[in-house]
Design a protein around this ligand. Sequence first.
Ligand SMILES: [Zn+2]
Length: 271
Amino acid sequence: MYEIPDWHELIWDKGDFSRIPEKTLQAFREQAAYRRPVQLGMSFYVCGADTPGAFLPCRIPLDRRMTCPMHGVVEDGLLPSPRGGQKAPAPYEAVLQELGSAPDAAAFDQAAAEQLWLHRVRQDINDGQYLERLTRRHLDYESMREREKMYEIVQGAGGSGDGGIDVVAETHTGRTLAFQCKHYAEPVTAATMKVFHYDTTLGWENTAVWRKHHQQRARHRVFITTSEFTAPAREVAEASGIHLLEGTRLTVWFGYGLPLHQVLRIPADRW
Ligand SMILES: [Zn+2]
């Protein structure tokens, strides 16, 4: 297995593509050309598959099942094999199809998709605000793309949280959205989901956000995780109308920069 030392330091810690030696880039491309997971450092693998519009092969760190949220299982150098003569779509292609969206390949933001999964290798899952920061940033990106202020972050822009909710945003039409962002190593449980439900219903009525912003409950509630949800957690979410955002769909939101309501399959007039 080929090793590329210090790769992650250059890209991920310093964010500087220009400082990667051409020899290192070449080695990475050659390895990825065989569509094998590429080992970086001593202990982790990145995907190595191609994404249209991306400058380099995919560098999303694989999970324990050797799965990339964009490209699926890449174990043993094999991407999903053709079935019935037809190549199965990669997970991200399936999500894009489901969303009825064919974004311009040039719009794919490789760094954003990769950064989302960084914690797998940096083991900084104890940085409780990592996913929260990315979420806020992508709400701001949407405003930049639409050339209109789509969201105002009214809570979660630094400082202490109020009422246990990570991010509260107000849409340009004056509606309130509540986000909970967890990147535990363990799956999100029903108990955690119930706490979010309480914090955004009865619990919310004691917060400053409630008093300052129209004294109305959130129009939509979104639970975001880079881990996964247990089946009971999903049941709680479904019963209380909480939207879930994880895995491939979350990566597509960050990578392709689609409007959040589209990613959640909520019609624009109901957002
Ligand atoms: Zn990948």
